[in-house]
Design a protein around this ligand. Sequence first.
Ligand SMILES: Nc1ncnc2c1ncn2[C@@H]1O[C@H](COP(=O)(O)OP(=O)(O)OP(=O)(O)O)[C@@H](O)[C@H]1O
Length: 320
Amino acid sequence: MNDNARIEAFIIKFGSFAPKRYSYGEIKKMTNKFNDKLGQGGFGSVYKGKLPNGRLVAVKSLNETKSNGEDFMNEVASISRTSHVNIVTLLGFCFERSKRALIYEFMPKGSLDKFIYSQGTDNQSRQLEWKTLYDIALGIARGLEYLHQGCNTRILHFDIKPHNVLLDENFCPKISDFGLSKLCERKKSVVSMTGARGTAGYIAPEVFFRNLGGVSHKSDVYSYGMMVLEMVGGRKNINVEVSQTSEIYFPSWIYKHLDQSMNLNLNEEITGEEEEITRKLIAVSLWCIQTNSLDRPSMTRVIEMLQGSLQSLELPPRPT
Ligand SMILES: Nc1ncnc2c1ncn2[C@@H]1O[C@H](COP(=O)(O)OP(=O)(O)OP(=O)(O)O)[C@@H](O)[C@H]1O
């Protein structure tokens, strides 16, 4: 199928739900000739823009490629199937020979990574309140649960990480960047993979080795757990600057900072509701990063655990 036939088929299939197709000229106009760059990703640059109706957008202009556009249309198709408060909305796309762009709703606060890593050696410089971190973790869990359970087709994201969570003006999180996502039938919980996918530090063991009993929605659960641990610890899960070996592997670092009663020793005073939130986030994320995917909870269970009482949560086995 050639590119145009592929797009025609896509537009017919999605009918009125298909995002609007824009010409390259329109893209240039809405970004004021790519004037205001918001960031740079692995596949292209993101620019701020404005639609003719005044709505602010983020235009992801993809690097020129001679490929047949299958990955591009895969991202358009995956995200077009979704409609959820915690999933970024795709408003349009451009596909004109080698010129390709995706037009998303604009997220004024940018991506989550800008807010969660501590600036200094202590954690005094934490930028977000614990309650905000908890709400963000819960929102991302809801978005992921929706991808796994709530759409007609199960969508596995495969690249859950703080860079791929965008925040609106109220810090409501939205999952973005569906470039690697894969659609599979709801009933089929395991998919076959043709290549290593995801980002170092967040990839589940079965995705990395591709022989540990299949890749499934539980692989996203693993990445989610790693991300939440980063939110709690205020540091990246791979930290080459940390010299002691036990500190390099992030879950070991978290365990080192946990005392017997699951208190996190983070050089900061946490009490009351904040302490409860922190301990819940830690317990949930440690369950999510279990090596055996069967030991990891579903996202539905993650939401229950986050919303339930702390007393009903057990600390999971130490990760290996
Ligand atoms: N909808 C949006 N609203 C506001 N800013 C955005 C939006 N989408 C992306 N950005 C900004 O552009 C940057 C680059 O985004 P992009 O998704 O291309 O790359 P990435 O996720 O950082 O990296 P990679 O492509 O390797 O996964 C983001 O970090 C964010 O700051």
